[in-house]
Design a protein around this ligand. Structure first.
Ligand code: DQA
Length: 149
């Protein structure tokens, strides 16, 4: 079945955006890493990125509906800066009742204080932080093994 890989604001700039923090891999590179990781586990991925909070909410709702019909496993989600601001995304995950693994490329806890709090974490099934873009792969593996358990 399908895993949704969802990326929030500014992650379309991966590869050129603050490479010392986020690395040189592009979003396209990350999405193909995810494709390979999922395929190895017998799954596939559907990747979306948006800079708009409401669009991300709509994708979470869609994932929730598709989890219910058995067409989707859950979401590997890097909410970008909405992590630190969005009660609406927290509510969307709770409301859609969808398993979400929260991913951050950088170690947000080693950075500015405003990155230390996440509105997403209390609604997430698991969190991967500071593992670089490999975090998306770990998120996929974690989601699959959690759902098998
Ligand atoms: C991020 C961390 C956030 O604080 C930041 O706003 C991002 C990326 C990460 O992947 O490390 O946009 O989610």
């Amino acid at each position: 079945s399908t895993i949704m890989v969802l990326n929030g604001p500014n992650l379309n700039l991966l590869g050129t955006r603050e490479p010392a923090t986020y690395g040189y891999e592009t979003l396209t590179d990350v999405e193909s890493l995810c494709q390979d990781a999922a395929a190895t586990l017998g799954h596939d991925v559907e990747c979306h990125q948006s800079n708009h909070e409401g669009a991300l909410i709509d994708w979470i709702h869609e994932a929730g509906r598709r989890v219910k019909t058995g067409d989707m496993l859950g979401v590997v989600f890097n909410p970008g800066a909405y992590t630190h601001t969005s009660i609406a995304l927290h509510d969307a995950i709770k409301g859609a009742d969808v398993p979400v693994i929260e991913v951050h490329i950088s170690n947000v806890h080693a950075r500015e204080a405003f990155r230390h709090h996440s509105y997403i974490s209390p609604a997430a099934a698991g969190i991967v932080v500071g593992m670089g873009v490999q975090g998306y792969v770990l998120g996929i593996q974690g989601l699959v093994s959690k759902l098998k358990a």
